[in-house]
Design a protein around this ligand. Structure first.
Ligand SMILES: [Zn+2]
Length: 248
């Protein structure tokens, strides 16, 4: 019987049988695994609370039928209390783990990406950082990690310096007037994206709604959806609430 002793972040859960739950956990060393948590939907269960999406847990489990592990012990590593008290932070966190969940990671460990996820969750849990651009910044980092970083400093098609007036992820990033396709990008949004990817992310996240925020959120959400081949529900909901706030 294969044993699992690892730590991971809960990506999502679903009900199984009367009182059980299956937990999709992205672990540091074993990739994405599915854990059967017996009896957790009973109110008396002490394991239940630790197995909510976004929780970082240490888990001890044994493999049973197929690819499913049966959970023996679960304990919190980090609780991210600040994230849990703020709807915008929850939505940002869910957007990040939804993107992780869209990557085919079964039995595939990626310690570098795991560490990035932990840093992102800690940033989101830090009240001194604005949550709005945390998920879009993660999407950008994910594109970089996967070797498809969007070009922001020269036209992605003809390499001219620009001015760069459009953005189209499938074409490689920002585009000049001659090559333009996709969406229009403002100078503010382009400058913001350059700061986010160029080492000033912490500075950006300390600002409250910098110019170009909504625009860059949309562009990076579309870029990562295009890359993953899936629409991200939570990221779209976050975008919706941002747009509403801007219009108001
Ligand atoms: Zn061009």
């Amino acid at each position: 019987m294969k044993e699992l002793a690892d730590e991971g972040v809960v990506l999502r859960t679903y009900s199984s049988g009367e009182a059980d739950r299956v937990v999709v956990l992205w672990t540091k060393h074993s990739g994405k695994v599915r854990l059967l948590a017996r009896g957790v939907r009973r109110t008396s269960s002490r394991m239940g609370g630790a197995l909510e999406p976004l929780a970082r847990v240490k888990v001890d489990a044994v493999q049973s039928r197929g690819a499913l592990y049966v959970t023996r012990h679960v304990a919190h590593v980090e609780r991210y209390e600040t994230i849990r008290t703020d709807y915008e932070r929850i939505l940002a966190g869910l957007s990040v783990i939804e993107a992780i969940d869209a990557i085919p990671l079964d039995d595939f460990a990626d310690a570098e990406l795991y560490e990035l996820l932990i840093r992102v969750l800690r940033t989101l849990d830090d009240p001194s950082f604005s949550p709005a651009l945390v998920a879009p910044a993660f999407f950008a980092r994910l594109l970089v990690h996967d070797g498809v970083a969007p070009e922001l400093f020269a036209c992605a098609q003809c390499a001219s310096e620009g001015p760069l007036v459009a953005f189209h992820a499938p074409s490689g990033g920002a585009l000049c007037g001659g090559c333009r396709t996709g969406r229009v990008i403002s100078a503010e949004a382009l400058a913001l994206a350059r700061r986010m990817l160029g080492g000033d992310l912490a500075g950006v996240l300390r600002e409250s709604h910098p110019a170009g925020e909504t625009e860059i959120t949309l562009l990076l959400t579309e870029a990562v959806e295009d890359h993953l081949g899936r629409r991200l529900k939570s990221a779209r909901a976050a975008l919706e609430s941002t747009t509403t706030r801007t219009v108001r």
